[in-house]
Design a protein. Structure first.
Ligand code: 0O2
Ligand code: 0O2
Length: 283
């Protein structure tokens, strides 16, 4: 007779350990004020009746029950679909270090008939027990919040109907799965738009600070007339809005650099020499 609490103990330990490892990554992103591909992590232990049922289906006995690959499970939930693949890379990078990847199943590209979408990775994970080193199989499910919502509801309905889902319910679930797919796609598009707007803004503010910095340097080098001319041009462009304004800013930045006839990198050096000459601080 199998002693369940003893049998399940290494799985629980492994899930806890891995959960903390991935939570640690998420916390690091948060500390840096960066978007974390990991939104939250939960651990899922397979219920004993589910283990028994699956063992029967697979023909596993007490002796080889540890061959079942999803007794211990980790669920990593992401905000966006492309975060899923970043998390997949995070797991792959650990392959051969603190875990071993056994199998990957991409149910996002190969959607299940039910409509189920998620990325699964089966791993082999070492665990140190009082009896020594043991390896357990774990299943890592990586999905978006929307996929998780759908899978949770679908799973509980399927459980309620004991696998025999009426066809019209199954059909409705497939259609809601498609809506979830569209929702994820739209959220991803919104995120991409925000990122590209942020990049544009960063680029523009970098160009502006470069222009202003170079104009100040120009004045310090005694090129006062040119500096005034360029400053007037800058103010006129900066008062405008729209895409052509950014192109004009770029053109102005280039014109300033050319008129200084100095490569941007060596500008600081030249100025330093000028300063040193001025202050007599030269050998
Ligand atoms: P934080 O900093 O709030 O994320 P545990 O042992 O308690 O860490 P357990 O028992 O496996 O974890 O699972 P539990 O308690 O259901 O959830 C684990 C973490 O996931 C908890 O946060 C929950 O707040 C978070 N969580 C669960 N469901 C959701 C959800 O729908 N949305 C969000 N954003 N988070 C969720 P932490 O890790 O304890 O702390
Ligand atoms: P639980 O309660 O999460 O443990 P099988 O397990 O026989 O279905 P396989 O190939 O061993 O098949 O595993 P699969 O299908 O790659 O992944 C198994 C787990 O993925 C399931 O575990 C679910 O958690 C999840 N899953 C797979 N298909 C579906 C689906 O259509 N709907 C939902 N909601 N989840 C799914 P269990 O054992 O079903 O349940």
């Amino acid at each position: 007779m199998i002693r369940w609490s003893e049998f399940l103990m290494p799985y629980e330990t492994a899930v806890e350990e891995l959960k903390n490892k991935f939570k640690g990554i998420r916390n690091e992103y948060r500390k840096n004020n960066e978007h974390s591909p990991i939104e939250f992590v939960v651990g899922r232990g397979k219920q004993i009746p589910s283990i028994i049922e699956k063992a029967r289906k697979l023909g596993l006995t007490e002796e080889n029950l540890d061959q079942m690959d999803d007794i211990g499970g980790l669920r990593i939930i992401c905000q966006f679909e492309d975060d899923i693949y970043k998390v997949v890379d995070m797991v792959r990078i650990r392959d051969g270090m603190d875990l071993e990847i056994v199998l990957e199943k991409d149910y996002i590209k190969e959607v299940k008939d039910s409509g189920y979408r998620s990325y699964h990775i089966i791993i082999k994970y070492p665990i140190f027990t009082i009896e020594g080193l043991k390896f357990v199989f774990l299943e890592i499910q990586i999905r978006t919040m929307a996929m998780n919502f759908w899978a949770t509801v679908e799973h509980s309905l399927r459980y309620k109907y004991k696998e025999a889902l009426p066809e019209h319910v199954a059909e409705k679930l497939r259609s809601t799965a498609h809506e979830v797919y569209l929702l994820d796609k739209e959220m991803q598009e919104i995120r991409d738009e925000i990122i590209s707007a942020q990049n544009l803004f960063m680029h523009k503010s970098n160009t502006i600070s470069q222009i202003l910095g170079n104009l100040t340097d120009m004045e310090r080098m005694g090129m006062l007339d040119e500096a005034t001319r360029f400053r007037d041009a800058f103010e006129k462009i900066n008062a405008r809005k729209g895409r052509d304004m950014e192109e004009d800013l770029e053109a102005l930045s280039l014109a300033i650099k050319q008129s200084m006839n100095i490569e941007n990198g060596s500008l600081k050096e030249e100025l330093q020499q000028l300063e040193e000459k001025r202050t007599g601080n030269i050998l």
